[in-house]
Design a binder for this molecule. Structure first.
Ligand code: URA
Length: 207
């Protein structure tokens, strides 16, 4: 299943990202904001646990998200602002990291660093990758997480192409995708059009 946001605020923020006058600091903050909105959609029905808290009138049993069952995994580097944003909403969630680099010639991604919490079997992994272009890095990231035991993976994304989303769904139909915006197409260089350029470069002013 994939779900594209229909929220007008999300669409507004996506168009801020497209604008080249949006400098890297604002770009990252905007990714953080969109990510918080997307995670709220993705976890709308997530299990809760009765927790006793101290309120201004004394102890009270309330329903809280089972945050200890959530692991956030950004695909570096472009996924980093998504992690920063979501950790503001879920500060007690655990985080792991996957670093992948796309080969500009072949558009294939290569894993060169990983550090993931143990015991993924009973967790929900929220995989954070802003751009689904060919779907390659996301498919590789999901392959890796399943290989080390992940049973439930939700993909949170900012911008995607119809081609990339279809590919990910073909290979991993059990992974739900929550995405802010699906654009028109991939171009001949595997960039998303109209897109926003290279998300990592935009976020960190690399080029
Ligand atoms: N990665 C990006 O950052 N942008 C694209 O358009 C495609 C892949």
């Amino acid at each position: 299943m994939y779900k594209e946001s229909t929220n007008a605020v999300v669409k507004h923020l996506i168009n801020r990202l497209r604008d080249v006058r949006t400098a890297s600091n604002e770009f990252r903050l905007t990714i953080e904001e969109i990510s918080r909105m997307i995670v709220a959609e993705a976890l709308a029905d997530f299990p809760t646990i009765t927790t006793n808290i101290n309120t201004w009138q004394g102890p009270l049993d309330v329903e809280m998200l089972e945050v200890q069952k959530i692991v956030l995994v950004p695909i570096l580097r472009a996924g980093e602002p998504m992690l920063t944003g979501i950790l503001q909403t879920l500060p007690y969630a655990r985080s792991g990291f996957l670093a992948m680099k796309r080969d500009e010639e072949t558009s294939l991604s290569k894993l060169f660093y990983e550090n993931i919490p143990d015991n993924l079997e009973d967790k929900t992994v929220l995989l954070l990758d802003p751009m689904i272009a060919t779907g390659g890095s996301l498919i590789d990231g999901i392959d890796y997480l399943k290989g080390i035991g992940a049973k439930r993976i939700i993909s949170l994304n900012i911008l995607g192409s119809p081609y990339g989303i279809q590919k990910v769904q073909e290979v991993h139909p059990d992974v739900d995708i929550y995405i802010a915006q699906i654009d028109e197409r991939l171009d001949e260089n595997n960039y998303i059009r109209p897109g926003l350029g290279d998300a990592g470069d935009r976020a960190f002013n690399t080029k």
